[in-house]
Design a protein around this ligand. Structure first.
Ligand SMILES: *Cc1c(COP(=O)(O)O)cnc(C)c1O
Length: 420
């Protein structure tokens, strides 16, 4: 459920008509709904009530805008971060350091030190050497770093290959059959407080079965670790729950997920950690765009919009589907291709799709663009960096400026020897 809906024939974000935002801020622009973020945060939390002791860390890479983080901090969410930059954002948004989890396969020594300085709540270790380095850094500070070991359960998440993370050939986690030995060795370090294990098998999962299979393997591992004498107080079950991108998509609901988690983890007696990203942010945002041209094509016309692959990369990167609708539909339909202005054939959002009739100057939105949208934007083709707007009831604010090509150009230098 989300708060983007038609009123009197015009799409609104909560109580704000989208043309008012286009008028004030220009296009393309991401528009987020505070009420939708809050609702998703609450529904996910409520769904996990049957699972007992739970810590929620929003995976901020899905949408790291500081205003969005502030909303989720208000809802009591911590943060799952994958770089020092994301950690800085989480702290800037007022998320307590102790509620921050640091994930990622390539944390640098410098980032580990920064995170220790900040006092973050949990390091998710990706390899044994990382644990050794972290232990040494913490020990030198007279501290013990709180950590869990990320395990790769070798489960096929059944999602797009580029967002699958839990198969043995993926770069993430340590092989599950080596986890006990590694845990034995790492837990001997004074500088580490090794509390448990973590998994995250992929994103946009449309089926609970791979998650349940992975959780079953983790349950067995927890039992083995305890049998080996380790105290296991935390298990981090990652993120990955999918969202509907097509109107006809049916995905597991948070309630179904919560019931599965309660079933799969019964008797574990640990604090469960979750790192939801997409399920919180996906349907809380749209990308608002203006039609530049409707270009006649050989097969279908091309609707050329002012948003492009640099603003919303998911289609070019993962063959993703984003629903496209007119902001003020006439009721007529047409079959068209939708593409952006970037000079790449990959800058195509849809081919041969049945859409609302639009013409030059009309506004449209790509729906379900709140996750992995603005955060992946670039300035390719020397386009501006796309701005972001947050709506709350009948008010809205620009929460990220449009960064113009002049500003990017001003950060570039011609060396002395090329000057004339
Ligand atoms: C990306 C990521 C998440 C969030 O995944 P979603 O599919 O957006 O829920 C959670 N944990 C880790 C370690 C990640 O890399």
């Amino acid at each position: 459920m989300n708060h983007f809906a038609y009123r009197d024939g015009v799409m609104h974000a909560e109580d704000v008509a989208l043309p008012a935002i286009a008028e004030a801020v220009g296009t393309p622009v991401y528009v987020y709904s505070t009420a939708t973020f809050r609702r998703h945060a609450q529904v996910f939390r409520d769904a996990l009530k049957p699972a007992g002791r739970v810590h929620l860390a929003y995976a901020i890479k899905a949408n790291p805008n500081v205003a969005v983080l502030r909303v989720l901090a208000d809802e009591g969410y911590g943060a799952d971060v994958v770089s020092a930059g994301e950690m800085q954002r989480a702290l800037a948004a007022g998320i307590p350091a102790s509620d921050i989890v640091f994930s990622g396969v390539g944390k640098t020594r410098r980032e580990l030190a920064q995170a220790l300085d900040a006092g973050i709540g949990q390091f998710n270790l990706e390899l044994e050497e990382e644990g050794e380095v972290l232990a040494a850094l913490a020990h030198a500070r007279g501290e013990r770093a709180p950590a869990v070991l990320r395990v790769n359960p070798d489960v096929d998440a059944g999602t797009h290959a580029k967002i699958s993370t839990g198969r043995k050939e993926n770069k993430f986690g340590v092989a599950i059959d080596q986890a006990v030995g590694m845990f034995d060795r790492l837990s001997k370090h004074d500088g580490l407080d090794l509390r448990g294990v973590a998994i995250h098998i992929g994103s946009q999962l449309a089926d609970l079965a791979p998650l349940e299979a992975a959780y079953a393997r983790i349950g067995e591992l927890v039992a083995e670790l305890r049998a080996a004498g380790h105290r296991i107080s935390r298990v981090d079950l990652g993120g990955g729950l999918g969202v509907p991108y097509k109107p006809q998509d049916v995905l597991p609901s948070p309630a179904e997920y919560g019931a599965m988690v309660a079933r799969a983890t019964a008797g574990w007696d640990v604090e469960l950690m979750f790192e939801p990203g997409r399920v919180i942010a996906g349907n809380a945002g749209v990308l608002l765009t203006e039609v530049i041209w409707v270009k006649p094509g050989v097969v279908n016309p091309y609707v050329i919009v002012d948003a492009a692959m640099n603003d919303l990369a998911r289609v070019a990167m993962y063959d993703a589907y984003h629903d496209f609708v007119a902001v003020a539909p006439t009721g007529e339909r047409m079959t068209a291709n939708i593409a952006g202005p970037v000079c790449e054939t990959g800058d195509t959002f849809a081919m041969g799709r049945d859409i609302d009739v639009v013409k030059s100057g009309d506004l449209g939105v790509f729906r379900t663009a709140g996750a992995y949208g603005a955060t992946m934007a670039s300035t390719y083709n020397s386009r501006a960096l796309v701005p972001e707007v947050l709506v709350d009831g009948d008010r809205f604010a620009v929460v990220a400026d449009r960064i113009q090509p002049e500003t990017i150009l001003a950060a570039e230098r011609v060396p002395e020897w090329l000057k004339r």
